[in-house]
Design a protein around this ligand. Structure first.
Ligand code: HQG
Length: 183
């Protein structure tokens, strides 16, 4: 399988496992899991050629490890990034004192006014390091990296979760916990 095919298949899996399972008639359980067999059957039925080895290859090779298989390998879910309502049932985790949020310059004034909100997704996504946050921000435009005082937030009662693929999640970030770059 070519790298481009992995990307294409990864986009398809993101669509049906995070955003629009109904597009192929798929059902996710309350924690976002679904049967691999069912997913493969429905994908093929809707014109996306997918096999068990192909799927395992995409899960393993995905650049951000976006998908996880259950221990018995029979079920699959996206590790984070959902817009459909799911409870990932992640245990709350103590964040490092500082986390980063990559965004685009054009959003900064609005974030300064109202803090970070999850918009279409279920959580605000935070990165453990600046290079990762920069890449996330670049998806939206000229990247800006905001510093989030996560340790202070946790002490103030905000809950954090760490997804299986290393993304920190929280419900919102009030503006007083955000460090903005000067200018
Ligand atoms: C912005 C990717 C104006 C927020 C990444 C972001 C991530 C506000 C955008 C994951 C705002 C939402 C998520 C406010 C937040 N005013 N704009 N008050 N509050 N925003 O794509 O964090 O490749 O839903 O800054 O790696 O960019 O999909 O979230 O720019 O982990 O696996 O609203 O998606 O992973 O955009 O990215 P998104 P995100 P995947």
């Amino acid at each position: 399988m070519m790298a481009a095919d992995v990307v294409r298949m990864s986009k398809f899996l993101s669509l049906v496992l995070r955003h629009k399972p109904e597009e192929i008639g798929l059902a996710l359980d309350g924690s976002g899991w679904t049967s691999v067999e069912e997913l493969i059957r429905l994908a093929n039925q809707h014109g996306t050629r997918l096999t068990w080895p192909l799927l395992e290859h995409v899960v393993a090779e995905n650049d951000k490890k976006r998908f996880e298989l259950s221990e018995d390998g029979q079920r699959i879910r996206a590790s984070q990034g959902h817009s459909v309502e799911v409870d990932l049932a992640l245990p709350p985790a103590q964040p490092p004192s500082v986390l980063y949020h990559g965004t685009a310059l054009r959003f900064v004034e609005s974030i300064r006014a109202s803090g970070l909100h999850s918009a279409g997704r279920q959580h605000v996504h935070l990165s453990p390091d600046v290079p990762t946050a920069t890449k996330v921000g670049q998806r939206h435009g000229k990247p800006v990296v905001l510093v989030v005082r996560a340790g202070e937030m946790a002490a103030a009662g905000h809950t954090f979760f760490l997804s299986a693929n290393g993304v920190w999640l929280t419900n919102e970030v009030p503006t007083e916990f955000i460090g903005f770059p000067p200018g």
